[in-house]
Write a protein that binds this ligand. Structure first.
Ligand code: SF4
Length: 199
């Protein structure tokens, strides 16, 4: 099913115990230290708490893979990938897709405060996070962590749970990009309801 961006969603349910196999903060949070956003965004490492605390109380995780094929883009997005260099174009398309997806995902969390939403990457709410000035988050109700920022192995989750492979921009645009997000819940949810919220 398509949205404003041609995103196709695949949703898989797992228990929190199942997903712990992919929770390796000692490895993946360490990788974040090489990122330009390390210590620059409140929902990214480093942290003064154990990220495992954020999984406590939840029984289920709904892993969401949202796939966008570059050759399905239309209009200004199509023009962008035809005229700009691959890295720039891929990043712009990623940001546009995140805007669409983040709004839908945060809507799920807003409608049911018992859920926790994990976005498909860093918090994009502010153009510059207040963490850069060591000031508190100004929109804590809008800020969400991501699977990777908590220390999950997203590449393996994508392959093993979603049956998909993350592709990266190297010498040109890859065939597609996949945004991996999640919803944590203390109770079983209806996958079709989540799907409907995303489309
Ligand atoms: S909402 Fe703004 S201040 Fe808060 S974590 Fe996100 S970017 Fe930073």
């Amino acid at each position: 099913m398509k949205t404003g961006m041609p995103l196709r969603h695949n949703i898989e349910e797992r228990t929190i115990d199942d997903i712990r196999e992919y929770f390796r903060p000692e490895i993946f949070i360490d990788y974040c230290s090489a990122c330009q956003y390390y210590d620059k965004i409140w929902t990214c490492p480093s942290y003064d708490f154990q990220t495992s605390k954020l999984l406590e109380g939840f029984q289920y995780i709904y892993v969401i893979g949202s796939k966008l094929k570059f050759d399905e883009l239309e209009g200004s997005q199509k023009e962008l990938i035809e005229t700009e260099n691959a890295e720039y174009a891929a990043n712009e398309v990623y940001l546009a897709a995140r805007m669409v997806l983040d709004e839908k995902l945060t809507g799920i969390g807003d409608r049911d405060k018992s859920l926790s939403v994990l976005l498909a990457g860093r918090c994009l709410v502010c153009s510059r996070c207040t963490r850069e000035k060591q000031l508190p988050c100004i929109y804590p109700e809008k800020a969400h962590f991501s699977l990777e920022s908590l220390g999950f192995d997203v590449s393996s989750i994508c392959e093993d749970i979603l049956g998909d492979k993350l592709l990266w921009t190297q010498d040109g645009l890859p065939e597609y990009l996949t945004l991996v997000s999640a919803v944590l819940s203390h109770k079983k949810l209806n996958i079709q309801d989540i799907y409907n919220s995303l489309t």
